[in-house]
Design a protein around this ligand. Structure first.
Ligand SMILES: [Zn+2]
Ligand SMILES: [Zn+2]
Length: 150
């Protein structure tokens, strides 16, 4: 049987056409106003031996032309401090256990200059971190652990 189902209670039918475009535009504006903080991983670096932020992953694809195969090894995390890349392992991420207040400055909305107003956001980092990255304004700052070889 074919039932004419009235959408009960929901005044938001499946958006289509211009309604969908408007909805997406609204979500986009929402995203712009509330930027998502950067996710920064803290790992103990094999290169410099310090707990450092690792923002980048690198994956070294090796293509063997004879066998015509592409091997994709697990991603390597790249140290922000010394550029050393190391393989990710389970549980290698150092848990953030202290909260620091950002001493950096946010980027201005327009142009490349940084605002004179301090960022001053709180964010969690591992106590052993020698340097930290503010997830809100993405400035690198000395961490609570300090450099080991000072
Ligand atoms: Zn390093
Ligand atoms: Zn900041």
């Amino acid at each position: 049987m074919v039932a004419m189902v009235e959408p009960s209670g929901s005044e938001a039918p499946e958006p289509s056409g211009w309604a969908l475009v408007r909805m997406l535009a609204r979500e986009f504006v929402h995203e712009m106003r509330r930027p998502v903080p950067l996710s920064v991983r803290y790992l103990r670096c094999d290169g410099c031996g310090q707990v450092t932020p690792h923002r980048a992953d690198q994956r070294l694809y090796s293509i063997r032309s004879q066998e015509r195969e592409i091997t994709a090894p697990p991603p390597e995390a790249v140290c922000d401090e010394c550029g050393h890349a190391q393989l990710r392992t389970v549980g290698d991420e150092i848990p953030a256990d202290v909260t620091v207040t950002c001493s950096g400055h946010r980027h201005r909305r327009i142009g490349s200059k940084r605002s004179r107003r301090a960022c001053a956001r709180d964010f969690a980092v591992p106590a052993a971190a020698s340097s930290v990255v503010c997830p809100w304004c993405v400035t690198v700052q000395p961490g609570p652990g300090g450099p080991v070889n000072r």
